[in-house]
Ligand binder design. Sequence first.
Ligand code: 6R9
Length: 652
Amino acid sequence: MSNESLANLLKEERRFAPPAELAAAANVTAEAYARAESDRLGFWAEQARRLSWAVEPTETLDWSNPPFAKWFEDGKLNVAYNCVDRHVEAGHGDRVAIHFEGEPGDSRSITYAELQREVARAAHALTELGVRKGDRVAVYMPMIPETVIAMLACARLGAPHSVVFGGFSAEALATRIYDADAQVVITADGGYRRGKPSALKPAVDEAVGRCPGVRKVLVVRRTGQEVAWDDERDVWWHEIVERQPDAHTPEAHDAEHPLFILYTSGTTGKPKGILHTTGGYLTQTSYTHHAVFDLKPETDVYWCTADVGWVTGHSYIVYGPLSNGATQVLYEGTPDTPHQGRWWEIIAKYGVTIFYTAPTAIRACMKWGDDIPATFDLSSLRLLGSVGEPINPEAWIWYREHIGADAVPIVDTWWQTETGAMMISPLPGVTTTKPGSAQVPLPGIAATVVDDDANEVPDGAGGYLVLTEPWPSMLRTIWGDDERYKDTYWSRFPGRYFAGDGAKKDEDGDIWLLGRVDDVMLVSGHNISTTEVESALVSHPKVAEAAVVGATDPQTTQAICAFVILRGSAGQDGAEDEGLVEELRAHVAKALGPIAKPKRILPVAELPKTRSGKIMRRLLRDVAENRALGDVTTLTDSSVMNLIQAKLPSAG
Ligand code: 6R9
């Protein structure tokens, strides 16, 4: 972004008060903000006490060497004990921890007592394979219970896991194994995706061929497909895990002991290994899951649709929900296999009450049509969440009306791999929500929006999102690269954490996220957010999805170039029809003003997305500026780019 602060174009006037019944029984009330405001560290020390510590911490935060934080440093605890054993000890062993739903329709419910035995056995098995405290273990798995069990077993031993998306290539896996110097890899023969078994083991074999440090590969049998086998190195999960003792004494680890490394791709350079540690991470994931989802462990059935290989899966499938003793659904497959109502069918089957998903999925469901969710009983739902991208107001409204019966509150939760847990979000029993805004920093979190010179912007203006105080689940560093940690996050605005997102404050001081600052467009001296133009396009009834980029332009510095997916029949008959393109341009100009009117609009069949559903605008910029494509290794489906390039008349 340049000196001009981010323009504030979108006006959204709709408001939704919390349901009275939810507010009256909410886990967290408005009082929490006041409590945290008056004594932030005292507030977090209190939240830490929601966990079970082998040695209670007496110190809360050591910030004597910023930006290297230590939280609860003299405390000791075991994360797996907190997520599993303590619930069994409290008499909840019969409660279901995981309702697993496989894509082919197989299902299996695992109680906390069963989970305790499985984690104990897996921990013994890893020990037998030579895993010791501090050793890194790579996990490359489908969405099955063994993935959660493997992560908890690593946590139990104090062996940091590095989970790599099952959809990533052998090359991406190898880079991550190598960077973390993992000696053991946990994987499966394959998983089910889009109605067929999809192999994982061949990618591991290839990656491990390039990583001589790997001694053992532990393989879960999921699909039964043929796999190549190295007798020295490869071990079947069922052969080693099942014969282990089903009790295991957890060791208490230091609060600052590494819990996991998770790689984020970033836009350039080699992936960053984000390091999270034990006590602070669990404190904040557990508290935010309790506060933002208002979880009542006796009665709620919670479901987060994320992949475990994304930070959302770490914090809100594994550590947050299990630390709170939740009953949750774990689903292996895609939302449209074998039919486009699969998610809603699962909600009805298990009586899901709390549902957490991403805007990209909501937009896909909108495109498939309102009649699909309408045929399922979704009346068990009482809370909906969103994460991963700014949610367009129209998608928010659709989510509320068609999934939430026009009554269920939505929490739009802003956070990052680096923040470890939610940072900015409504509280469902407190906040009057605004479609498209994450709104308020959670109790104990300090966030604001600043301009280029680090001055806080007034209400009604835009700039950069920064976090102004350390928080318990913050990343501790980039694995093996303290300098890069300082440069990336703490040097742009000294003393403040730079999130890399554009944001604005509205007239009430509520925060609206406006996309990555790398994506912000500069048009005739105005900084314009991609998010606002995309939301304006999506508010047109014929547009299902939109991705907007700024392409170099001789007259205006950059020109707005939009790629749109049209809804239903609009896509088929005369999509490229000049008339519709003109109509969309006029629609944006009316919503946001003439400055935001796209110069070009291109209907496309698909948009390039990462595995966690984020639109990769830099690739579209490459297309719009007629350049060779940059790194495509984190793309879900690289053929999408060929389709888009083929549609382009003469780019540039
Ligand atoms: C949890 C997660 C982080 C980036 C973040 C921002 C975007 C996530 C958002 C959101 C607007 C939200 N993001 N949640 N933008 N509103 N509710 O997504 O982590 O994969 O590391 O991505 O995602 O741009 O900076 P991660």
